[in-house]
Design a protein around this ligand. Structure first.
Ligand code: CUA
Length: 343
């Protein structure tokens, strides 16, 4: 043992240079889901104002404890000439001190947290109400007062609170757009609420934060904040029925859509398709992404998706167009042309 000791120590020290690397990963410039910087809206800021002091205090304590631990481990390790540390068992002053300090810190955290929880949970005035329904693996948004239904991309106007009422129809999911608000679980048989707000126009990325089976990682969402005027235009467009293409490949696609299985799961307002099993496609071409905000909305991706959705997104409920729905490549091309026309 005596011979191996220093060898192991040298090895441990030799790998210590990896530690700063770990910390450097926190400096990434491209971190759209970082919840510490560039926060938008009162709720996200409130949450960070509460967590920041705890984070820094805990950080300092972490380093003090770890350094003390390392010193103790090396200084008093098993040796023949072992130095015996001063024994502090039963030292009343020490025991009281290290009980009282954490208790005071916890009380200092608890009081502002208590007020913060009520502030964040309060019903906002003049809010836009949206019912969010989580499914494996995408999000449906129903703007209850505006009569708009869309998926994955939540459009909101800046400087106006948006009140989300969140439900799940299958398993537990979690709605999290870190720069706009805290995280909230979306639980079957239970209704949760969350308020978010953006201070400036922009696209805010988020993702499901509760493991919900195979495509959990492909259950993303984005919040697109625009000026109130742009938002009103968006709402006006969303309220209109879909235009049925008058000619060409897209027209053929519209017919195939109504004849094939598509109509069994999707809704396109202005047509007979009215199912809400899958995302509402009335204005699908107005979105930048699809399938849980996982893929860019473009012809190439749509062709691949309609041909074989489960190959692109494991577990996708959308059947493979080629294998299961027995669509021909021409039919798929027509369907995609139709989808691209649904602005
Ligand atoms: Cu939904 Cu993870």
């Amino acid at each position: 043992m005596r011979g191996r000791g220093p060898h192991i120590v040298r090895r441990v020290i030799g790998t210590l240079w990896l530690l700063p690397l770990l910390f450097l990963t926190g400096c990434a410039k491209n971190a759209p889901q970082d919840f510490m910087t560039d926060l938008s809206g009162p709720n996200a800021k409130q949450a960070w104002e509460l967590s920041a002091p705890v984070f820094w205090i805990a950080g300092v304590i972490f380093f003090i404890v770890e350094i003390a631990l390392l010193v103790a481990v090396f200084k008093f390790r098993a040796r023949s000439d072992r130095e015996v540390p001063v024994q502090v068992h039963g030292n009343k002053v020490l025991e009281i001190t290290w009980t009282a300090i954490p208790a005071l810190i916890l009380a200092g955290v608890a009081v502002p947290t208590w007020f913060g929880i009520f502030k964040v949970a309060a019903e906002p005035k003049n809010a836009i109400d949206v019912t969010v329904t989580a499914r494996q693996w995408w999000w449906e948004y129903e703007y209850t007062d505006l009569g708009v239904i869309t998926a994955n991309e939540l459009n909101i106007p800046v400087n106006r609170p948006v009140r989300l009422t969140l439900k799940s129809i299958d398993v537990i999911h979690s709605f999290w757009v870190p720069k706009l608000a805290g995280k909230i679980d979306v639980i079957p048989g239970r209704v949760n609420t969350l308020t978010l707000e953006a201070d400036e126009p922009g696209t805010f990325l988020g993702e499901c934060a509760e493991f919900c089976a195979i495509s959990h990682a492909n259950m993303r969402m984005r919040v697109i904040a625009t000026t109130p005027a742009t938002f009103d235009d968006w709402v006006d467009r969303q309220k209109q029925n879909a235009l049925t293409p008058g000619a060409g490949l897209a027209q053929r696609g519209a017919q195939i859509f109504q004849q094939k299985a598509c109509v069994g799961c999707h809704a396109i307002r202005g047509t007979k398709a009215a199912s809400r099993v899958g995302p509402d496609l009335t204005h699908v071409a107005g979105r930048t992404t699809f399938a849980g905000a996982t893929f860019d909305f473009n012809e190439e991706n749509l062709l691949e998706w309609v041909s074989d959705a489960p190959a692109m997104k494991p577990g996708a409920k959308m059947p493979s167009g080629l294998r299961e729905l027995k669509l021909t490549r021409d039919e798929i091309r027509a369907l995609v042309a139709y989808l691209l026309s649904l602005e």
